[in-house]
Design a protein around this ligand. Structure first.
Ligand SMILES: NC(=O)c1ccc[n+]([C@@H]2O[C@H](COP(=O)([O-])OP(=O)(O)OC[C@H]3O[C@@H](n4cnc5c(N)ncnc54)[C@H](OP(=O)(O)O)[C@@H]3O)[C@@H](O)[C@H]2O)c1
Length: 324
């Protein structure tokens, strides 16, 4: 089978398309004929050797796949060859076949297409957990989303709106912000041309925002933290802009606000029942047409490295998906 391999840790250009042996499912695993694989920022960190885990080299990146089960390993009873599934593989999805843990592989709902199925788990899973369990976002509260046109950001915009909040989307271009508006943002801020703090003061009549969703970090974090309302919740989601910010702790005191960590993978591992319940709710929203993933572009497997380069170049709006 063909796989786009990371043979040494490095940038997307260092990935190579090769023929490799088909993997065999071990105990508790399924082998999936990959039809589509979602592209996520952590893929860029994993191939760079900068993520929380380092798969043994060589490996294919791609943490979220949709496809058809072609074989099952010992002990797998709930899935069988021919099932249409989506799976959180962690890596291995930029390939014609991938191994998935049966506990992280679910049957696709009837009527869902492979591109959608490969692009909903990470982004909606992370943002729903953040807004529901970590921020306890309430209807009529104000939600600020930084990097609002990115994968998890756009999911937060949509879910914030669905939960009844007033959503302020902040991103780097007017094109990105117009997509945020189409998907529910009430207000927008272009943080490359406008002063984030000043605009937030105007938009909240000086009160500040109740919840900030921050997947960007770096220089964007401090002005956003300075714009929190009393008893606000500041969600630390990621650092796509590079630097992990160091913050003056007095700001948290003065605002009477909370800095709240969001680690969706660990939530799913430590609280599987609650995570599964979130996921069922999300699939319900999708089935009812209340949530629809914004697909930026699809890329053939041979060009999957370009999907990662485009993500790093801040070109992707919503989700990029590799189609195999
Ligand atoms: N905590 C968790 O459980 C969890 C789960 C999933 C992902 N994450 C993290 O969340 C972050 C976003 O992930 P994602 O998949 O949504 O990524 P994404 O689609 O690439 O979105 C990231 C956004 O960050 C902004 N950005 C600002 N400076 C950037 C830079 N130098 N390079 C790239 N992007 C930059 C971009 O928006 P503008 O151009 O508008 O600024 C971009 O749309 C990542 O750090 C990821 O590791 C965390």
């Amino acid at each position: 089978m063909k796989a786009l391999l990371c043979k040494t840790f490095g940038p997307p250009e260092s990935l190579v398309l090769e023929d490799v042996e088909s993997p065999k499912p071990g105990v508790g695993q399924v082998l999936i004929e990959v039809k589509a694989c979602g592209v996520n920022f952590p893929d860029t960190l994993i191939i760079g050797g900068k993520y929380q885990f380092k798969p043994p080299l060589p490996f294919a990146p791609g943490g979220e796949v949709a496809g058809i089960v072609s074989a099952v390993g010992e002990g797998v009873t709930q899935l069988k060859p021919g099932d249409r599934v989506f799976s959180l593989t962690g890596w291995g999805g930029f390939a014609e076949q991938a191994l998935g843990d049966a506990t992280k592989t679910l049957p696709m709902p009837p009527g869902m297409d492979f591109v959608t199925a490969a692009s909903v788990m990470y982004t909606y899973g992370t943002s729903y957990h953040a807004l529901k369990q970590r921020a306890a976002l309430q209807p009529d509260e104000t939600l600020l989303v930084l990097g609002a046109a990115g994968g998890v950001g756009l999911a937060a915009v949509q879910l914030g709106k669905l939960l009844g909040a007033k959503v302020i989307a902040a991103a780097s271009t007017d094109e990105k912000l117009s997509v945020c508006r189409e998907l529910g943002a009430d207000e927008t801020i272009n943080y490359t041309t406008e002063d984030l703090r000043e605009r937030l003061k105007i938009l909240t009549a000086g009160r500040g925002v109740d919840v900030c969703y921050d997947p960007v970090g770096d220089r964007y974090t401090e002005p956003a933290l300075r714009s929190m309302a009393w008893r606000g919740r500041y969600l630390v989601v990621g650092f796509a802009a590079g630097e992990i910010p160091k913050l003056p702790a007095n700001l948290v005191l003065l605002k009477g606000c909370s800095l709240v960590g969001v680690f969706w993978g660990q939530f799913a591992a430590l609280e599987p029942r609650e995570s599964m319940s979130n996921f069922r709710e999300l699939l319900g929203f999708i089935a009812e047409g209340k949530l629809k993933q914004h697909i930026h572009a699809t890329y053939p497997l041979a060009e999957a490295a370009n999907a990662l380069s485009d993500l790093l170049a801040r070109k992707v709006i919503g989700k990029a998906v590799v189609v195999v």
